[in-house]
Design a binder for this molecule. Sequence first.
Ligand code: ZN
Length: 299
Amino acid sequence: MEVYNQTGEFDDDIYYIDTLAHNIKKSIGVLVYKNGDDCVIFDSGMPNCANQILRSLKSLRIEQESICHILLTHRHIDHAGASSDLLKNFSQAKVGIHSFSIKHLSDPSKIYQSGKELFREFASPMKPIQLSSIIALEDNQEIRVGHNVVKAIYSPGHTSDHISYYIPSKKTLYCGDVIGSFNPSTEKVHPTSIFPSFNYAKYKETIEKIRALDIETIAFSHFGVAIGKDVKKNLDNSLATHKELEKIVEGYTDRPDKMKLIQDLKNELEEATEIFPPPVREIAAEFMARGFIKGMNVS
Ligand SMILES: [Zn+2]
C-alpha cells in the first residue's frame, strides 16, 4: 500500500488538497476529480478553509468555472463548513448532500452549534446555502462529471446522512468519516465514533458494503490517500480498532462505573485524536468515547 498525504495530483486528473484546517497540516483533506470540462470537489473543510482550497485549486490549474458540484459526505462542520464560501466562487456549481441534511445547509445554526461543542474556538460560523443551490443525493445515484460518473454510496454509521463517493473509472473511493480516520505515518485506522450520531451496527454494515466495491484507492477526509491492490486491509484495520473499544465496553457490563469506562475508552482513543488541534483533543476523546457507548446500543 502506498500513501499520499499532501496537496497535489496523485493520479491522472485526481487531486488531494490539504485544507490546512486549524492551521495545522494533515488534519482535513478534500478530493478533486476532473474529467473533460467538468470538475467536482468532495467536501469543503471547516468554514475558514475556503481561501486555502481556492489557492490550492489555482496552483493545481483547476478553473473555478469548471467545478460543477461540491459533493458533501455529511453535515459535520469540518466537512460542510466552507461550502457556502466556495459556492460564491464556483458560478456553475451545486452542492450535493443526503436529503436528511438539506435543511441544515440552508440554516446551518445547528451544524455550527454542534461544531462549536467539539471544536470550541476552532469553529467559526458557517454561512447558509440557498435551497436552489442544493441537490438531494440518493444511494447509487450517478453524478455526471465530463464523460464519466461519480456514484453516491449511502454509507451510514458515522452519521445517518453519510454518503461516500465512488469513482468507478478510477477505482477510487472518497470515504469521508465512515471507515474512520487514517494515520498516514502508522497506516492505522482509528474510530470516528463521535457522539451522538455514531451507530456501530450501521458502521459495520457500511464497511461490508464498501468491501464489495472494486477499489484500489481510498481517500480519507482525515487524512491522506491509501493506494494499492491491498487497500481493503484498511477496512480490517478499522474493524480491529473498533473491536478493541467493544471489548472495553463489554468488560463493564457487570460493573456500571460509567466514568471509569469512559476514561478507559478515552485512553484507547488517544491516537484517534491526533487529527484534532491539541487544545480540543481531550474533548474529542470524550465525544468519541460517549459516541461509541451510545452507538453500541442503538440499532
Ligand atoms: Zn464527521
